[in-house]
Design a protein around this ligand. Structure first.
Ligand SMILES: C[S@@+](CC[C@H](N)C(=O)[O-])C[C@H]1O[C@@H](n2cnc3c(N)ncnc32)[C@H](O)[C@@H]1O
Length: 253
């Protein structure tokens, strides 16, 4: 059955990886959550775009004046509101909003965060106060490249321009200052093949999500033989190896 990104995430309705057992080795001295902590104080108002079920906000974001988490999936926001009640945290709210049709007030937020989601830097610029900051983390074209090559498909597999460069240029074009693009190199080790399989089922790594254009795609089942071959070739003492390529971008209004 054909689907699009909205339905894909609505069916998922929970973006938690707590059940997946893996370790990571981080090779770049830039950690998204730490960068947020450096910026935030008790007066900061934060907008978190593509917040999903709000886990990152509820568990990793520091206390501050206000946090609004938004997502275009109703189901994600329902789960986020349930998680909020259980967390007991204050000054946080969640609501539905499309990142590409933002309706937040102009010149209002001190910080806009967006992790692994689509952004429109022009709309983000408008909703930020003068001197406010944008902080994003994304999954780049070469993420899990050896795995995607084996399957001959995957997120951004056929894209010509890497998403990091598309975002970087769009952020500069929107008028942001002091813009920095930081490549993030990480190696993950999955404890068992079931853990790696669970990751592939829960994420679009092997799906034909293009970062250059929005289109519908057909979710294919994971071919067992190719998966077993990847596991065989990448099993190490530390676990089954998966090379990740993320990027971070910061910019100021
Ligand atoms: C990969 S998840 C990331 C969730 C969370 N930010 C995190 O880091 O764990 C991507 C989220 O972005 C949301 N999303 C994708 N496109 C969106 C759009 N145009 N507007 C709002 N949310 C969107 C999805 O519904 C999903 O919850």
């Amino acid at each position: 059955m054909k689907t699009n990104e909205h339905d894909y995430y609505s069916e998922l309705a929970n973006w938690s990886f707590e059940d997946i057992d893996y370790t990571s080795e981080v090779f770049t001295n830039w950690i998204y959550e730490d960068e947020i902590k450096k910026i935030v104080n008790e007066h900061t108002k934060i907008l978190d775009l593509g917040t999903a079920a709000g886990e990152k906000v509820l568990k990793k974001f520091p206390n501050c004046a206000e946090i609004l988490g938004t997502d275009f999936s109703n189901e994600m926001i329902k789960t986020a509101n349930k998680n909020l009640l259980q967390s007991g945290r204050k000054n946080i709210s969640f609501r539905v909003m499309d990142n590409l049709k933002m309706d937040t007030p102009d010149n209002y937020f001190d910080l806009v965060t967006a992790r692994h989601t689509v952004i429109d830097p022009v709309q983000i610029y408008k909703t930020l106060k003068e001197g406010g900051q944008l902080l994003i983390r994304g999954v780049d074209k070469l993420d899990c490249w050896s795995l995607k090559r084996m399957f001959g498909r995957g997120q951004a597999y056929h894209d010509v321009k890497p998403i990091s460069l598309i975002d970087y240029e769009a952020i500069l074009d929107a008028g942001f200052k002091d813009v920095e693009l930081i490549p993030l190199h990480v190696i993950e080790y999955y404890k068992t093949k079931e853990d790696l399989y669970a990751l592939l089922v829960k994420t679009p790594i092997l799906d034909e999500f293009s970062e250059e254009s929005f289109n519908e795609y057909e979710r294919k089942p994971i071919e067992k033989e190719i998966f077993e071959k990847y596991v065989e070739q990448n099993t190490t003492k530390k676990g089954i190896k998966l090379i990740r390529r993320y990027y971070g971008i910061i910019g100021k209004k």
